[in-house]
Design a protein around this ligand. Structure first.
Ligand code: ZN
Length: 246
C-alpha cells in the first residue's frame, strides 16, 4: 500500500499506539479462546496439521520468545527467541499435549510477561538491535509488529468466527506491504495485480509483460487472501492461489 499515501501503516504510528494494537490483538485472541470449550481445543485450527491446542501453544511460546528479545534489548546480553528452530517445533508439539487449563494459563502468563517487558523497557533501548528466528536484525521496537501479526492472524486461525474484517487499517496496510515484499523477494506471483476497492492497482512485478491476473476486493479481503487465509469477498477470475509468504 506504499503507493497509496492515504493509508497509514502500522510502522508510521507512534510506539505507544503500536503497543496498544498488539495488546488489543492479544485481548481479541483471549476472547475467542475463552469462547472455545476445553473439548473443542482438540479440534483442528485453520492451519494445516495443527489443532487449536498447537496454535495456542505456539502463540504462548511466541510471546515468551519475544520477551527474550525485549530482555536482550534491556540487558544487552544476547537472548535468542528460541535456542533453535528444532527446539521451537518440539516445544509446540509438546505444548499441544498439555491440558486445556495449562494451555490457557500458558497463554495468559506469557502474554503478561511480554507486556511487563514492554512496560519496563527504557525509552532509549527500543532501538537496540536484536535478531529474529529468521536471522533478521531488527530494532527491539519491531517486537510490537511481530506480536501484532501473530495474535491478529492467529485469532482468525482459531476458526471460531474471527475474520480479517476485524483488523484495523494500519494492520492491514502493513500486512499488505509485508506479503508483497516477501513475494517480490522470492520473485513469486509476478503476474498478480492486486486491486483494493477503487484504489490504484498494485502489480506484484511491475516489469512483468504478460497477461496479468487480477485479484479484487476490499483491503481486508485482499489481505486475508494474500495471507493464504480466506477467499471470501475476493474476485479472482483466473483462480490463482496466493504464493507462500512466510
Ligand atoms: Zn505464528
Amino acid at each position: 500500500m506504499s503507493d497509496n499515501t492515504s493509508h497509514v501503516g502500522f510502522g508510521e504510528l507512534p510506539l505507544d499506539e503500536r503497543l496498544t494494537i498488539a495488546r488489543e490483538g492479544t485481548s481479541w485472541f483471549a476472547r475467542h479462546l475463552a469462547g472455545i470449550s476445553d473439548g473443542d481445543l482438540d479440534e483442528p485450527s485453520s492451519l494445516p496439521g495443527w489443532s487449536r491446542k498447537h496454535l495456542v501453544a505456539h502463540v504462548g511460546y511466541n510471546a515468551a520468545a519475544l520477551t527474550n528479545l525485549v530482555t536482550w534489548a534491556s540487558t544487552g546480553v544476547e537472548t535468542p527467541m528460541y535456542p533453535s528452530a528444532q527446539q521451537r517445533n518440539t516445544e509446540i508439539e509438546e505444548g499441544a499435549t498439555l491440558s486445556a487449563a495449562a494451555l490457557r494459563n500458558l497463554f495468559d502468563h506469557t502474554a503478561a510477561r511480554l507486556d511487563e517487558g514492554w512496560r519496563h523497557l527504557a525509552a532509549d533501548r527500543w532501538d537496540f538491535p536484536v535478531r529474529t528466528i529468521q536471522g533478521r536484525t531488527v530494532a527491539a521496537s519491531e517486537t510490537a509488529w511481530m506480536r501484532t501479526r501473530e495474535v491478529w492472524i492467529h485469532t482468525v486461525d482459531l476458526g471460531s468466527g474471527a475474520t480479517f474484517d476485524g483488523f484495523g487499517e494500519p494492520i492491514l496496510v502493513s500486512l499488505f506491504d509485508d506479503v508483497l515484499g516477501a513475494w517480490r523477494r522470492q520473485s513469486a506471483g509476478g503476474r498478480l495485480r492486486l486491486v483494493v476497492d477503487d484504489g490504484a492497482p498494485t502489480d506484484v512485478d511491475p516489469a512483468f509483460d504478460g497477461a496479468r491476473s487480477q485479484v479484487i476486493g476490499t483491503l481486508a479481503a485482499v489481505v486475508g487472501w494474500m495471507c493464504g487465509r480466506s477467499t471470501d469477498g475476493i474476485a479472482n477470475p483466473d483462480d490463482v492461489p496466493p504464493p507462500r509468504w512466510l
